[in-house]
Every structure is written in structure tokens, then in C-alpha cells.
Design a protein around this ligand. Structure first.
Ligand code: ATP
Ligand code: MG
Length: 378
């Protein structure tokens, strides 16, 4: 029997695209998978065909590694044989013998060949039953044996590893994600990465009012583990001086104005990083400063897109995701910024805020602070 170990990689939304986009994104996805496998030191060959990506590898880790690549819906370590019933039966029996279930089901699919799914199910099922003594249970089997028979090969597998979903990293434009050292912001950056956007990370060093450089840096390192080998720019900009000026003039509006200062600095950094938008970890109403009124005032008359991917998520959901991503352990609910007033403004009025910004010269301040940026490639 000619058989080969292969991992089948399935992807979702990409298949809905027009031909050109599909081919382009498939190529990016295959490249990202190959990169991830190479980084983990796996011997592999990645090929594409008929709505699937195939990984030729003897390494059992390949399926899990590929499942973590954005754009992948699921993976299955499989046995590839000639699309012929005898060969399929032999592979299915081998797998069943290895697993030793009391009950099993064959889940057949076919395309481009004359044997019907029904026939595959019946013939392979009979062979497994005879050779293993297990009985068929189509409702709740202990073992499912999937058979995908195609013109060039048939694939037999028992395992479906759930992937991350999303779009291939690099299929969308780059984002500048603001990371604070808290739980939420790295999750927001990750969500955009999952949707195909490479990211650069920007942290505002707010000393002496707050100090969260270390957790931010650690979260950046975790996020860099999700890039299929791409480096991430981690950028620091000191804003202590800006906060001092804002809080001494307009204490109640400190947070709203500070956010505008951050966005204006981010606008400068965006240019340098060739990013197309800004990302934050806002979640509606999570803290007093994250209100609809404040978001309106903070972004009024800015011009660049600001994305808040967590806006409609609950804290518990964000925390679950942070654990899955691996950033939960390295971030902390950081000591709150000491420049935050006792009663921060929750219903900012944008015209007043714009006038305050004008008077303080926040845009010029942003330009001058942005010049102090420090970039670390992670
Ligand atoms: P997080 O858990 O991300 O810190 P949070 O709920 O504590 O969020 P805020 O501190 O109000 O919320 O910040 C809201 C968002 O603004 C953050 O998610 C982040 O995107 C951005 N941000 C806040 N502080 C900083 C900072 N020092 N550097 C970079 N971005 C920041
Ligand atoms: Mg925070």
C-alpha cells in the first residue's frame, strides 16, 4: 500500500472570495503555515489544492501547530492512499485497530470519483466491523472514521482539530494597536491579527503617573508568538510631560484629553509604521471613562480610523480569550494612573474638549512627544 502521512488543513471564508483573492490569500495562508512549521523545527512540505492545504510531514505536532495559524478552520492528521476501496478499507481498518473502539461510524465524502459516498460507507464499514469486531453506531460512535475520497487521493482520518478561524495574517492592512499592560488591549490587538491585520504595538510610558512598561512588553512577546514568524514592532513613547500639562489645566477632563493626546501621537506613529488604523481595548461601559459620550469626544475631528474590537464584549469573555491567547498571565489590572481625578468625566462634551485641546496645543505636543519614540523589534 502506498500511504503517506499528511495533515489536511481546512479554511473557511477564503473559499467565498473571487478567484484572484482566493488564490492570493491561499498563498499567504500556506506561507504562514510553512513559516510556523519551520519555526517549530518541523520537516514539512506544504502544498495547495482543491480548497485545502496539505502538509506532508511525519511529525505529529503539525496538526496542532497549523490549527493555531489565523485563517485555519480545522486540521486533521490523515493517511493518504490511492482513491480505491481496497486501499481505503485497509487504512480505515488500521486506524480502527489502533483506537480499539467498541462502536464506530464511517463518515464518507467524495468528489470527482465514481464511487458513491453510500458505497464507501457500506464497504469500509463492513471491513472495519469484520476486522475489529466493533459495531456500527451512527448516532454516538466512540470512533468516527472520516473518508474523503478525491480523484487524486483518498484521505482517512479520525481527528478534527479546531483552528483559530479568521483570515490569514497579512491579508489585511497593518494596524497600530495601543497596548497598556492591562488585560484588554492585547486581546484587542490579537483580534485584529486574527482578522488578517499585522500589528505594530504602541505603549505610552506614563511615568511618573503609572508604570506598565514591563507587562506591555511581555504581552508584546506573547503576541509575537502568533505571527507565524513575523517580527512585531513594539514602540514606546513617553507621555508623562503631556499628562502633567493636561491635568494641571483641566483636571476633570484629564482622561479624555489624555486619550486625545494618545491618538494624536498614534497618528504620527501610524505614518512611520505605515499602519492604516488604530486599535484599542475599549469595552463599552467597562470603566467610567469608556462611555459613548467620551468615545465621541475623544475621536471627534480626528480623521484616522480607530477600531475597538472588544467594544461589545463582556469582561468575562475578554478574560477567557486572554487566557487562550496567553496574555492573561503576563498582564495585570495595573495600578490605576495617579493622574486620574476622583470624579473623571463620563459625559464629555466634544466642543468643550476640542476647545481645551486647542488651548493646550495638544497636536504640537503630540508631534514633539512622537519624536521621542523608541522602537524594539520583537
Ligand atoms: P486595558 O486592560 O487594555 O488596560 P482598560 O480597561 O484598563 O484597558 P483604559 O486604561 O481606560 O482601559 O484604556 C483603554 C484603552 O486605551 C486600552 O485598552 C489601550 O488600548 C489604550 N491605552 C490606555 N493606556 C495606555 C497606555 N499607557 N499605552 C498604550 N495604550 C493605552
Ligand atoms: Mg488599563
Amino acid at each position: 500500500m502506498i500511504s503517506q502521512d499528511v495533515v489536511l488543513v481546512r479554511y473557511g471564508e477564503i473559499t467565498l472570495k473571487d478567484r484572484w483573492t482566493r488564490q492570493n490569500w491561499e498563498r499567504i495562508l500556506a506561507g504562514n503555515i510553512a513559516f510556523s512549521l519551520g519555526k517549530a523545527g518541523l520537516e514539512h512540505k506544504v502544498t495547495r489544492g482543491e480548497g485545502r492545504i496539505f502538509i506532508q510531514t511525519p511529525d505529529p505536532r503539525a496538526s496542532e501547530i497549523a490549527a493555531r495559524v489565523f485563517g485555519v478552520v480545522s486540521t486533521s492528521p490523515a493517511r493518504a492512499v490511492a482513491p480505491d476501496l481496497k486501499e481505503i478499507c485497509q487504512a480505515a481498518v488500521e486506524m480502527a485497530l489502533k483506537a480499539g473502539p467498541a462502536t464506530f461510524a464511517i463518515r464518507p465524502r467524495r468528489s470527482g470519483i465514481s464511487i458513491s459516498s453510500e458505497e464507501i460507507g457500506r464497504v469500509v464499514g463492513d471491513a472495519v466491523r469484520k476486522m475489529t469486531g466493533a459495531s456500527v453506531d451512527l448516532e454516538e460512535p466512540e470512533l468516527e472514521i472520516f473518508v474523503e475520497a478525491r480523484r487524486e487521493s483518498a484521505y482517512i482520518f479520525t481527528q478534527v482539530v479546531k483552528g483559530m478561524g479568521g483570515l490569514p495574517l497579512g491579508s489585511q492592512g497593518k494596524m497600530l494597536a495601543l497596548v497598556s499592560g492591562g488585560i484588554d488591549s492585547p486581546v484587542a490587538a490579537w483580534m485584529m491579527m486574527k482578522r488578517g491585520c499585522p500589528v505594530s504595538l504602541l505603549h505610552f510610558d506614563s511615568r511618573p503617573y503609572a508604570d506598565a512598561l514591563q507587562p506591555s512588553l511581555k504581552s508584546a512577546k506573547v503576541l509575537a508568538g502568533w505571527t507565524s514568524g513575523r517580527k512585531i514592532d513594539f514602540i514606546e513613547v513617553p507621555i508623562g510631560r503631556g499628562i502633567e500639562k493636561i491635568s494641571s489645566h483641566y483636571p476633570r477632563a484629564t482622561c479624555v484629553l489624555c486619550r486625545r493626546l494618545m491618538y494624536w501621537i498614534a497618528a504620527e506613529v501610524m505614518e512611520m509604521e505605515a499602519a492604516l488604523g488604530i486599535v484599542t481595548g475599549y469595552s463599552m461601559g467597562q470603566v467610567a471613562s469608556q462611555t459613548a459620550e467620551n468615545i465621541l469626544a475623544e475621536q471627534a475631528a480626528m480623521g484616522m480610523p480607530v477600531f475597538h474590537p472588544l467594544i461589545a464584549m463582556d469582561k468575562a469573555e475578554i478574560m477567557d480569550l486572554a487566557r487562550k491567547i496567553g496574555t492573561y498571565e503576563v498582564t495585570e489590572e495595573t495600578e490605576s494612573c495617579t493622574a486620574v481625578p476622583k470624579k473623571p468625566m463620563t459625559k464629555a462634551r466634544r466642543h468643550e474638549i476640542l476647545a481645551m485641546e486647542e488651548e493646550l496645543g495638544l497636536r504640537d505636543m503630540a508631534r514633539s512627544l512622537a519624536k521621542e519614540m523608541k522602537v524594539t523589534r520583537i
